[in-house]
Design a protein around this ligand. Structure first.
Ligand code: GAL
Length: 391
C-alpha cells in the first residue's frame, strides 16, 4: 500500500518538477513583433506629432487589422537626467505618458530605444548606471517595447582586452536591463541590437532577448537588403516563439527599391520569421507599399504559429530556393532570382519532401493553382515567386 502511495507521490512529484520545464508560453513576441520604427525614414528627426501621425495612419489604413501593433520611437527622444537621475524626454516629446496613452487608445503599443552604454549611437543619453530607474520610468509611461542598442558600450568592451572579457561585459549589460524590465512586471518586448556580433543568435535568448539584430544596418537599396536577407541562411535553428532573429527593419515604401524588389524584401522577411517593422512614413504611403505591407498571405507566413524560421534549400548561382515549414505540415516556398535579368526557375515538390500533388497558392498574384507536384515560372530580375503549399 505504502509502496503504491509512494509511487503515486513520486509520480506527482515528477509531474510537478516536469511542469515548469515544459516550455512556458511566451507572454510577449509569441510570433515575430509587427509594427513601425522611426529610424529608417526619420532618423533622429523625430517628434511626438510625427509619432502620433504614424499611430493614426496604422489605425486607419488597415495595418492594425493586418496585425501591426508597435509604434517604436528609435534614437532621438531623450533629453537630460534630473538631479535624482530620472531620464526626461527632450522638448520634441513634451509628455511621454500622454503619447503612450494616445497610442494605446488606437489599439496599438509604444516602443522606445536606449543603450547599455553612457550614450546612444546618435549621442543621446544612454542607460548605463540607470538601468533599474529607466526601466521603471518606461513602465510608468506605459512603454511596451525596448530596443537596446550597444553603441557606446563598444569602447569599454574593446578596452577589456580579450574577447572573453568583452563578451562578459556585454552579456552582463544585456542581462541587467532584462532583469530591470522583468522587475517592472509590465510585459515589455526586449530587442537586442548589437549588429550580430559574437554569434548573438546563440546567446540572445539566454540574456532575456525576445529578438536580436543579426546584422549591421539595412539601407533602402536592393544590394544591401539582399546582402542582409540572403545572408541569414543557416540561422533558422536559433529562432523560436519568444526569441527571434532580427535582420533589421523594413524599407518598403521608402522609395529606393522598385515594387518587385520590395516584394522580394517582404517575402524574404516573412520566410525568415523576421520582425515586420515598417520603416517608412505611414502617413504618406503609396498604394503599392501599403499593398505589400498588408498582404495577408505573406503576413500569415511570417506569423505562422509554429514559429519556425525558413532557410535556404539550394542556391544555383543567383537562383535561390527558400522554404519555411508551417504549422499543420504546409510549407512556404520562395523562388528568388537575384540576377539582373529574368530567369526560368523550377521546383519539384518531391525535393521538399512533399509526396503527391498539393494545393498551392501563388501568394503575390493571389491565384490558387490547384493540386500540383511541381512548379516553374519566369521570375523577374531581383524578383520572387512566393508559394504556399497546403499540407
Ligand atoms: C544603430 C542601429 C539603428 C538605429 C541607430 C540609432 O546602431 O543599428 O537601427 O537604432 O543606431 O542611432
Amino acid at each position: 500500500m505504502n509502496l503504491i502511495r509512494n509511487a503515486g507521490l513520486a509520480a506527482a512529484a515528477a509531474l510537478a518538477i516536469a511542469r515548469p520545464a515544459l516550455a512556458a508560453e511566451p507572454t510577449v513576441a509569441a510570433t515575430p513583433p509587427m509594427g513601425w520604427n522611426s529610424w529608417n525614414h526619420f532618423a533622429a528627426r523625430i517628434d511626438h506629432a510625427t509619432v502620433r501621425a504614424q499611430a493614426d495612419a496604422m489605425a486607419a489604413n488597415g495595418m492594425r487589422e493586418a496585425g501591426y501593433r508597435y509604434i517604436n520611437i528609435d534614437d532621438g527622444w531623450q533629453g537630460q537626467r534630473d538631479p535624482a537621475g530620472a531620464i526626461h524626454p527632450n522638448d520634441r516629446f513634451p509628455d511621454m505618458k500622454a503619447l503612450a496613452d494616445y497610442v494605446h487608445s488606437k489599439g496599438l503599443k509604444l516602443g522606445i530605444y536606449s543603450s547599455p552604454g553612457p550614450k546612444t549611437c546618435a549621442g543621446f543619453e544612454g542607460s548605463q548606471g540607470h538601468e533599474v530607474q529607466d526601466a521603471q520610468t518606461y513602465a510608468a509611461w506605459g512603454v511596451d517595447y525596448l530596443k537596446y542598442d550597444l553603441c557606446s558600450l563598444g569602447p569599454a568592451m574593446i578596452a577589456a582586452g580579450s574577447i572573453e572579457k568583452a563578451q562578459a561585459i556585454e552579456l552582463a549589460a544585456y542581462r541587467k536591463m532584462s532583469a530591470a524590465l522583468r522587475a517592472t512586471r509590465r510585459p515589455i518586448v526586449y530587442s537586442l541590437c548589437q549588429y550580430g556580433f559574437d554569434q548573438v543568435w546563440r546567446w540572445g535568448g539566454s540574456v532575456g532577448g525576445n529578438l536580436w539584430r543579426t546584422t549591421g544596418d539595412i539601407e533602402d537599396k536592393y544590394p544591401r537588403m539582399a546582402e542582409i536577407g540572403f545572408g541569414q541562411a543557416g540561422l533558422s535553428k536559433y529562432a523560436k516563439p519568444g526569441q527571434w532573429n532580427d535582420p533589421d527593419m523594413l524599407e518598403v515604401g521608402n522609395g529606393g527599391m522598385n515594387p518587385t524588389e520590395y516584394r522580394t524584401h517582404m517575402s524574404l522577411w516573412a520566410l525568415l520569421a523576421a520582425p515586420l517593422l515598417a520603416g517608412n512614413d505611414l502617413s504618406r504611403m503609396n498604394p503599392d507599399a501599403l499593398a505589400i505591407l498588408t498582404n495577408r498571405d505573406v503576413i500569415s507566413i511570417d506569423q505562422d504559429p509554429a514559429g519556425q524560421q525558413g532557410d535556404r534549400v539550394r542556391a544555383e548561382g543567383p537562383l535561390e530556393l527558400w522554404v519555411k515549414p508551417l504549422a499543420g505540415g504546409g510549407k512556404a516556398v520562395g523562388l528568388f532570382n537575384r540576377s539582373d535579368l529574368p530567369a526560368e526557375m523550377a521546383v519539384d515538390f518531391a525535393e521538399l519532401g512533399v509526396s503527391g500533388p498539393v494545393r498551392t497558392r501563388d501568394v503575390w498574384s493571389g491565384q490558387d493553382l490547384g493540386p500540383i507536384h511541381s512548379y516553374q515560372a519566369t521570375v523577374p530580375a531581383h524578383g520572387v515567386v512566393l508559394l504556399r503549399l497546403s499540407s
